[in-house]
Every structure is written in structure tokens, then in C-alpha cells.
Design a protein around this ligand. Structure first.
Ligand code: PDD
Length: 276
């Protein structure tokens, strides 16, 4: 098994992380989860563009160029010999004596490794359950930072309730979920929270927007309330691993007819064509 450390691919077991890594001590870093199907990285450029934005937002300089990084990630994927999987990549501000402010000289640490992940076919076919929770995260969740404690706690609460995801509510409106974006479909129109500091602009969200246009479903970037969420005909969640997943119950109440709806299925078909 191999992993990437800055610009070098090496055996995964040879990578050690310092006790004083700022990612470990402060969550001072950013990450990406990138899918590959049949050994082919999916929307790699979009993930790297978002990584670049996250890095700039926290004044982090990548230890290698984007072109070099793209090449290394392709090599790493090929070496893994995995068909369907994902890359987990993170960059921290590196190692220094523990002090909150940036160290004088920073040497960011980039690590990435692959993992086999099958498509979530049964969840895609039958749909998943969700709960709603208050969105108590900071106001810059557009940065894909390592600070995921509120997301972890929300996801755990969903799990304990027998659900898969937790939908965040901020000031009465749906923002996103603990690890995915959220969409409601009402009278054939798809609604979702606009791109803002209150959501992570998902790569799958961006892909879905293109697919909606392709299949002729009107798309409106507009936040909706928790009440409106409960009255949607169909609800969808997206992320890199979950793809385009139907939500069939929220807080124990059925969404629409309590099964994946026709627009959702059409979007799923369009998505499946894209990765085929
Ligand atoms: N999470 N919103 C949040 C809070 C997320 O953590 C994610 C992804 C998304 C969807 O982004 P994308 O479509 O680019 O995967 C939205 C990843 C999968 C994770 O943390 O594991």
C-alpha cells in the first residue's frame, strides 16, 4: 500500500506524523475526498480547484504545484490497483512548537492515500433516513477545513437515531448536512442553499446542477425552511461517496411517498451515465 507525502509516493507504513503537527494539535489544515471509478479520478480538476481556494483562505501554500499534485494523485491511484475507491488528501500547516499563531517558517505537510469504496448501490436504490439538527458550526464552512467536530457530533446523533445523515438548520433554513449537500424538489423544481460561507460548495452539487439542466429540471439556488423541507415531494443528498442519494424520511416522517421520486431517479440515471 502506498501513500503520498508532499511530492513523494512511498509505502503507507513509512509515513509517520509528528505529535506537534498543527493538523493534529489545532486542526490547522484542509482536506479533500476524491472519488475514482474504474481507476479514473472523477472531477479531479474541480477538487483541486476547491483545494486551492481552501488553501488560500487559510494562507497555506501547497508544498507542490497543482499540476504536480494531479500527476502524483493519478500515479497513486494507478499504484493502488483499486477499481472503485477514493483518495483522502489533507494538508496541514506542518510541525512547530505548539503556539496558536502561524510559525515563522512553515513547511506544510500534504498526505494522501487511497481506499477501496464500492458504490452505495442499496442506499441509492432504497434511499436513506435523516434527522434535523441545529447548525452550530462556525461561519466559514465553505472552507473544507479539518475542524469537523460539529459534523462528527451531528452524524453520531443521526446514527443513534437510526438515520444516516443529519441536516443542519441555521436560522430556520436548511444549509446542508453533516457531510453532504441537501436538495428539495417541489413541483418539479429543485431548490438548494445558494453558494455562500454557510455551505461547502460540493463537487457533486456542482455536477448535479449540470445534470439537472441536461435532463430539463429547473434549478433554483434558494434556501428553504425546515417546514418547507418537510413538505418537499423529493429530497436528495449528494457527496463524493454518496453520489445522488434519495432521502425518504426525515425525523421519522416520510418524504413525499416515502420512496425515491421520479426526478431523483432521473438525476441518478444521468449521474450513472456520467461515471460509466
Ligand atoms: N464531505 N458538505 C459537507 C459539510 C461535506 O463534508 C461534504 C463532503 C459535502 C459534499 O461535497 P462533495 O460533493 O465535494 O463531496 C458537503 C466529504 C465526502 C467527507 O467529509 O468525507
Amino acid at each position: 500500500e502506498y501513500a503520498l507525502r508532499n511530492d513523494k509516493i512511498m509505502p503507507k507504513a513509512d509515513i509517520t506524523i509528528s505529535l506537534e503537527d498543527r493538523g493534529y494539535q489545532f486542526g490547522d489544515g484542509i482536506y479533500e475526498v476524491i472519488r475514482f471509478y474504474d481507476g479514473e479520478l472523477f472531477h479531479l480538476d474541480a477538487h483541486l480547484a476547491r483545494l486551492d481556494i481552501s488553501a488560500r483562505q487559510i494562507n497555506l501554500t501547497l508544498p507542490l504545484s497543482m499540476d504536480a499534485l494531479a500527476r502524483r494523485l493519478k500515479e497513486l491511484t494507478a499504484l493502488s490497483k483499486i477499481g472503485d475507491g477514493k483518495i483522502y488528501l489533507q494538508i496541514t500547516r506542518g510541525v512547530s512548537r505548539r503556539a496558536h499563531a502561524f510559525p515563522e517558517e512553515t513547511e506544510p505537510l500534504l498526505t494522501a492515500y487511497t481506499e477501496e469504496v464500492a458504490r452505495p448501490l442499496s442506499q441509492l436504490a432504497t434511499g436513506i433516513g435523516a434527522i434535523t439538527v441545529q447548525d452550530n458550526r462556525w461561519l466559514r464552512v465553505d472552507i473544507k477545513s479539518l475542524n469537523l467536530l460539529p459534523n462528527v457530533l451531528a452524524k453520531q446523533k443521526a446514527k443513534e437515531a437510526g438515520a444516516v445523515e443529519a441536516i443542519f438548520i441555521r436560522d430556520g433554513h436548511v444549509t446542508e448536512a453533516s457531510a453532504s449537500n441537501v436538495f428539495g424538489i417541489r413541483n418539479g423544481v429543485i431548490y438548494t442553499h445558494p453558494v455562500s460561507p454557510f455551505i461547502l460548495n460540493g463537487i457533486t452539487r456542482q455536477a448535479l446542477k449540470v445534470l439537472a439542466e441536461k435532463v430539463g429540471i429547473q434549478w433554483v439556488d434558494e434556501a428553504f425552511t425546515e417546514q418547507e423541507l418537510m413538505e418537499m415531494d423529493e429530497v436528495i443528498m449528494t457527496n463524493t461517496v454518496l453520489e445522488v442519494c434519495p432521502v425518504i424520511s426525515i425525523n421519522g416522517q416520510p418524504v413525499g411517498k416515502g420512496q425515491p421520486g421520479q426526478h431523483t431517479i432521473r438525476l441518478q440515471q444521468a449521474f450513472a451515465e456520467e461515471i460509466a
